[in-house]
Design a protein around this ligand. Structure first.
Ligand code: UDP
Length: 473
């Protein structure tokens, strides 16, 4: 560790890939500013984090043990290790038992030569606020969501339960927000409508995390001012104290723009780049991925396969399901036109390849930011949580995406996508007029994102201001 590092920041990511990856990007952005970074995590997560930060001597890992908890399968230290989403609630609660070891670790860091300027911990780790307050270190919150989604979330938490009698598709009224599109209950995550009034452990957990957030020193946002300027005041107005939204994103670009990022956290599928290099026409390949959390049924995966086949568009498709395989006869039809990958890929690298012209995405916030930063328009198929809001924002708010047509099955209440809808959406995005204008918007936003993280750019300067303010405390 170089001895010139005068300042020290502690990061504590929530144990889910979509939450951890952007905080690792933040650790690299801080490291570029000559800040020492300690990342607090548990043993099984430490391995992949260590690989990710291997080239960064200013970043070190602080391991604390994950508790053995009744009702949670042994060895689950990350949401991707959970057998199903039913375990999500118990997993959230289990993280509370990390409080003691976290405090021990923080005490040791406080006694070191470079005591931490602050702790940046995930929204879900709201209990870290009490530890930080007890030990006199400011806590900043990290959400991994966009400003608009967070502001809508806070407003809906107050106003949506009162409008519960309305149908799913009637516009919802959020009096404290100016929205760039009409919002309906169907766009909101279920917990925002139900949790404020419920006593179940998960709702209680969320309420506590929200209360802790409101009392924290500030919020780190993985977005950039130019993208979300108009919603920042509404978002900040929800805080009782001086807490501020520090827009530092796209976090992964800080390092990319310096050309320093040599390794990613997991192994990439080596055949992808040679395959993409063979696709001579720029913007000709569709990238398909639904992130690390969404469970897509085998029947829906069949529809995706048929839709891609009928569209005639080349594609790279990352499939999470280990059991699903192509319907019979389909392999032959798709031969040479598409790649189906069942392992971790370097999504950012794929999106930045000149051959990629569209992204069929679940609209997780990281995927939205990565697509926009690469100037790639999205075909939006949101599935859960804030993805519905992200999809509305990128489609109707920013004009950089089209929506895939979704239909609610009145018997099962499931929202389904047909092969025809996939085929139609892919064709329009890749070759239609609406797709052309979405691509132009995405490319323009990509240029702005790149400028935001360079010297003099909004996110670069905000990062420096944040460090200065923390040093001046
Ligand atoms: N990701 C990746 N390779 C994969 C699958 C996912 O690099 O094979 C990354 C992706 O680039 C993004 C993150 O995992 O940074 C997923 O986050 P997102 O918010 O898009 O969705 P979530 O997984 O949280 O639903």
């Amino acid at each position: 560790m170089p001895s010139s590092l005068a300042s020290h920041v502690v990061l504590f990511p929530f144990m889910a890939q979509g939450h951890t990856l952007p905080l690792l990007d933040l650790s690299k952005a801080l490291s570029l500013q000559q800040i020492k970074v300690s990342i607090v995590t548990t043993p099984s997560n430490a391995k992949s984090i260590a690989e990710n930060i291997a080239n960064y001597p200013n970043i070190n890992l602080v391991e604390i043990s994950f508790p053995i908890v009744d009702g949670l399968p042994k060895g689950c230290e990350n949401t991707s290790q959970l057998p199903s989403m039913e375990f999500y609630g118990p997993f959230l609660h289990a993280t509370k038992q990390l409080q003691r070891p976290f405090e021990q670790a923080l005490k040791t860091m406080i006694k070191s030569k470079t005591p931490p300027l602050c702790v940046i911990s995930d929204f879900f780790l709201g209990w870290t606020l009490a530890s930080c307050q007890a030990l006199g270190v400011p806590r900043l919150v990290f959400h991994g969501m966009g400003v608009l989604s967070m502001a809508i979330g806070k407003s809906a938490w107050v106003h949506a339960p009162q409008q519960k009698s309305m149908s799913m598709f009637e516009p919802i009224d959020l009096p404290d927000m100016k929205l760039p599109f009409t919002l309906t209950r169907a766009d909101l995550p279920g917990e925002l409508i139900d949790s404020p009034n419920q006593d179940d452990p998960e709702s209680q957990f969320l309420r506590e995390a929200m209360e802790a957030e409101a009392k924290s020193w500030g919020v780190i946002v993985n977005s950039f001012q130019e993208l979300e300027k108009s919603h920042i005041p509404s978002f900040e107005s929800f805080y009782k104290n001086e807490a501020k939204a520090w827009c530092l994103g796209p976090l992964f670009l800080h390092d990319r723009m310096k050309g320093l990022e040599k390794c990613t956290n997991q192994k990439d599928s080596s055949m992808l780049t040679p395959w993409l290099n063979k696709q001579v026409a720029p913007d000709s390949v569709m990238y398909v991925s639904f992130g690390t959390q969404a469970d897509v049924s085998d029947a829906q995966l069949d529809e995706v396969a048929s839709g891609l086949e009928e569209s005639g568009t080349p594609f790279i498709w990352v499939v999470r399901s280990k059991t699903w395989s192509l319907p019979s006869g389909m392999e032959e039809k798709l031969k040479g036109r598409g790649l189906i990958v069942k392992e971790w890929v370097d999504q950012r690298q794929i999106l930045s390849h000149r051959a990629i012209g569209g992204f069929l995405s679940h609209c997780g916030w990281n995927s939205v930011l990565e697509s926009v930063s690469a100037g790639v328009p999205i075909l939006a198929w949101p599935m859960l949580g804030d993805q519905f809001l992200n999809a509305r924002f990128i489609t109707d708010g920013l004009g950089a995406a089209l929506s895939v047509k979704r239909i609610r099955n009145t018997d099962s209440n499931e929202v389904l996508v047909s092969r025809e809808a996939i085929c139609e959406g892919v064709k329009e995005l890749m070759g239609g007029q609406k797709g052309k204008s979405a691509r132009e918007r995405a490319e323009a936003l990509g240029r702005v994102a790149g400028r935001a993280v360079q010297r003099g750019g909004s996110s670069h300067d905000t990062l420096n201001k944040l460090i200065d303010q923390l040093r001046a405390r």
